[in-house]
Design a protein around this ligand. Structure first.
Ligand code: NAG
Ligand code: NAG
Length: 218
């Protein structure tokens, strides 16, 4: 019996191998589904606002029209126009971020578990890089109008290496890309990840772990 099952799995893996992977948001089942972001029910996405209540304003947003305040330790500010901030995007499989960077500013290493990111530099000179699952680091210095793509899920960063401000717009093939910020995820989780775990993982003493935790605890 067990061997019959493993033979079936073996055959199934060959049959399924040539199928394209489903790697984007699910296809919509209607023209639009403007998200009701405070609905008490939740689905995979947001439930739809009644079509009779939808207006042109639901398909427009100014959330990324304004510069973010970069007066913080990283010198960066990310503003998201995802389905939560711009409910008209619900079920449509796209979204955008605005990334403002002060001179020397860094959007620290992070990943987007649910979307590939396509960056366009609008202003300034930036270094963008990502690391593969095989620990290969790919990076480029980009100027106005140039593009850089970050494959879904990979850890990446954006850094302003120019003299003035930098501005990047990032497009995503997902309505809610999600962000895993490496340092806050590990050192600012609530409740905290035990020091013993982080001390062993990073091969440093717990004093170093506590120092980093103190910067990400709020
Ligand atoms: C839904 O939440 C937003 C803030 O996220 C709030 O401004 C709005 O008033 C809420 N709408 C309803 C119907 O509760
Ligand atoms: C980003 O900018 C907005 C708008 O100025 C501001 O409210 C917010 O606190 C800033 N975030 C950070 C992390 O500095």
């Amino acid at each position: 019996m067990a061997s019959t099952i493993s033979i079936l799995f073996f055959l199934a893996s060959f049959l399924l191998a040539p199928l394209p992977l489903q790697s984007a948001d699910p296809d919509p089942l209607q023209d639009f589904c403007v998200g009701l972001i405070n609905a008490t029910e939740s689905v995979n996405g947001f439930p739809c606002k009644p079509a009779s209540a939808v207006t042109a304003n639901d398909f427009s947003s100014d959330v990324i029209a304004y510069e973010g305040n970069t007066n913080n330790p990283f010198g960066s500010n990310v503003t998201g126009a995802n389905a939560m901030a711009f409910p008209g995007l619900n079920t449509l499989g796209v979204s955008m971020n605005r990334i403002d960077l002060a001179p020397g500013g860094l959007n620290p290493p992070h990943s987007h578990p649910r979307a590939t990111e396509l960056d366009i530099v609008i202003e300034g000179t930036v270094m963008i890089g990502f690391v593969t699952t095989g620990n290969v680091f790919y990076s480029k210095v980009l100027r106005k109008g140039e593009l850089f793509v970050v494959p879904r899920g990979l850890v990446h960063f954006e850094r302003n290496i120019g003299q003035g401000k930098a501005l990047i717009f990032a497009a995503f093939n997902g309505q809610m890309p999600g962000t895993v910020s490496i340092a806050p995820t590990l050192f600012g989780a609530k409740p905290p990840i035990p020091d013993a775990v982080l001390s062993k993982a990073f091969q440093v003493g717990t004093g170093v772990v506590d120092e980093i935790k103190s910067k990400f605890s709020s």
